[in-house]
Design a protein around this ligand. Structure first.
Ligand code: ZN
Length: 281
């Protein structure tokens, strides 16, 4: 089983194409799990949706949840809470969608998990957090702990922050324990001292093996508008070996940023959104 976990494509078709090609360079791709914000900000919302649908036609199962920008593009949420540049881009996206793209986005659920869809295994998929899948940010250990307590699967996949990172909840003294910011949490029934949570960056090439007693919340970062200081498209490759070991590998992929910036200028999209693709911020 090989699966590309992608998020926050934001209408950046050039980046999406490169990411899918990179994932397929490892072998055939059984699935794409998309954590939302397929559209918004970028110049090719229709092409991004079409690419996902074509992957499906070619035999790659695509499971996608909606993000706040997908919901705004179909009028399901107001753009009043968007910052001015995001609102400008959202209005442009609303105007640009084909009926097919709008129908696809409109049909996306906000949450999927392996209890309802067995091929998702022990994962819950949301854009923001399980508590508020559309708006909340997975941005602290406290939110991560509350999220793990709320879901019915071992692991959770999120997007929305545009930062590739993962939270790991481990038993104390676990051999794979990371040296970063672990602290007592009081979450586990065995008492506050029995588990600890840590957050780590997913640098290019980072491999995390799934272990029975470690619960993960993984964020693949953003395909189309990274905000972690790197301009390259970010995603996760999930692979299960013949012996049943599942691992996540963080990937960064270069794409032609100049071409996307040119298309954004031609579309009249806000200059700040055009510039940030180069800075990754
Ligand atoms: Zn986003």
């Amino acid at each position: 089983m090989r699966c590309a976990i992608i998020s926050d494509i934001h209408g950046n078709f050039d980046a999406l194409e490169r990411v899918i090609a990179d994932a397929m360079s490892f072998g055939s791709l059984d699935a794409i799990w998309c954590l939302g914000d397929i559209v918004g900000y970028g110049p090719n919302p229709n092409e991004c949706v079409r690419e996902l649908r074509e992957c499906e036609i070619c035999g790659t199962a695509v499971y996608a949840v909606a993000g706040n920008h997908d919901r705004a593009a179909t009028g399901k949420i107001s753009i009043a809470e968007f910052n001015p540049d995001a609102a400008t881009a959202a209005r442009w996206t609303i105007k640009s969608l084909t009926p097919e793209t709008r129908a696809y986005l409109d049909g996306l659920p906000v949450r999927l998990d392996g209890r309802a869809v067995p091929s998702l295994g022990d994962f819950t998929l949301v854009h923001g957090t399980p508590h508020d899948p559309v708006w909340d940010y997975m941005d602290s250990e406290a939110v991560a702990l509350a999220s793990l307590a709320e879901i019915g699967t071992a692991h959770c996949l999120v997007g929305h922050t545009h930062r590739a990172e993962y939270y790991a909840l481990r038993p104390k003294g676990h051999s794979g324990q990371l040296p970063s910011s672990g602290h007592d949490d009081g979450y586990d029934d065995d008492g506050p001292a029995s588990t600890q949570i840590s957050v780590s960056a997913f640098d290019h090439g980072t491999i995390v093996d799934l272990e029975p007693d470690v619960r993960l919340i993984a964020n693949p970062g953003s395909v189309g508008q990274p905000r972690d200081g790197l301009s390259s498209a970010s995603y996760l490759l999930l692979e299960t070996t013949d012996r049943g070991q599942t691992r996540l590998q963080a990937r960064r992929v270069e794409y032609n940023i100049d071409d996307v910036q040119r298309k954004m200028r031609e579309a009249g999209l806000p200059p700040r959104l055009i510039a940030r693709l180069r800075h990754g911020r």
